[in-house]
Design a protein around this ligand. Structure first.
Ligand code: CUA
Length: 318
């Protein structure tokens, strides 16, 4: 995915990210004005003093001690200006926090996102759809993301759409995403969670409602080709102990690995680490640890022929 030169959080595409970016610009603006003011107050008297020739400075001016009244004014003004600024920043911060933590309207689409070392399980509980690392949402509609973790603390961050929010093993955090424009928005884990923390990416794909419904309907369906050689390898070689392919393997309440029912429809694999191509998939199956050191996926004991059959099968799971 081409990365824009503007940091994603300053290129907001939804109301929550918009609020956060607004606060950021306000703080930058206020900080810059205050910095310039303080520098000016420091530099101007220094320059003025330097411009006064030494010979013209009489004894009265050698030690310019401000009067008590002047000192009182300076301190008082400093306190008042600082107080006003801090209160203003507090008000804007609280308003932004209220904006970004607003509840989703009743009837909003609910998506459960569960952080795992090192990938994201994505479920649409009202539609019987499970996928991984790619969160499809309809454009322009608030979507309720319910965040948890299966192991350690992760943090869900799609900077163009929202601020960061922790995914905790012992509680549910809720954030409301809304994308105002169709597109693919990058996301990442923003809490150090282990060796592959850097490669715990995801993407949010925002589509017009009709296309999104098409995506949802397709993903409701079970996988085809249960009798293909690759499907048999999948069942026989232990893949099904961690991954579900609906229609091919038994369902699991908690699955240690990503759901693969429609894996070919995803653009990337290994948590947004590599493109979903046949070559990359074969490399991944040959030695997952070489692609993602520290991955919890064990190296499968497969022959080249079995890998070929598996790749052909998985590539057909659109
Ligand atoms: Cu998960 Cu960092």
């Amino acid at each position: 995915m081409p990365r824009s030169t503007v940091p994603a959080s300053l290129d907001p595409s939804g109301p929550a990210a918009d609020s956060i970016a607004g606060l950021w610009w306000l703080l930058l603006g206020a900080g810059t004005v205050i910095f310039l003011l303080v520098v000016a107050l420091l530099v101007i008297p220094m320059l003025r003093r330097r411009r006064t020739p030494e010979s013209t400075i009489d004894d009265d001016h050698r030690e310019e001690v401000p009067s008590r009244l002047a000192t009182g004014w300076i301190v008082g003004l400093g306190i008042v200006m600082t107080g006003v600024l801090l209160v203003a920043v507090l008000v804007v911060s609280v308003t932004t926090m209220r904006d970004v933590s607003r509840a989703a309207p009743a009837g909003s689409l609910r998506i459960d996102v569960i952080g795992y070392q090192y990938w994201w399980d994505v479920r649409y509980p009202d539609h019987g759809v499970t996928t991984a690392n790619e969160i499809n949402i309809p454009v322009g509609q608030p979507v309720e993301i319910r965040l948890t973790s299966a192991d350690v603390i992760h943090s869900f961050w799609a900077p163009e759409l929202h601020g960061k929010l922790d995914a905790l093993p012992d509680g549910t955090n809720v954030l409301v995403l809304r994308a105002d424009r169709p597109g693919v928005y990058g996301g990442e884990c923003a809490e150090f969670c282990g060796i592959q923390h850097t490669n715990m990416g995801f993407r949010v794909v925002a589509r017009p409602l009709e296309q999104f419904n098409g995506w949802l309907n397709l993903h409701r369906q079970s996988a085809a080709g249960a009798d293909q050689p690759g499907a048999q390898v999948f069942r026989a070689e232990g893949c099904a102990e961690c991954h579900v392919i609906r229609g091919v393997t038994a369902d699991m309440a908690a699955q240690p690995g990503p759901d693969l029912t429609h894996v070919a429809s995803r653009e990337r694999i290994a948590s947004d680490t590599i493109d979903n191509t046949a070559t990359n998939l074969a490399d991944w199956l040959r030695d997952p640890g070489a692609v993602k050191p520290g991955t919890t996926m064990p190296t499968p004991d497969l022959t080249d022929e079995q890998i070929e059959q598996l790749v052909a099968y998985l590539d057909g799971l659109t």
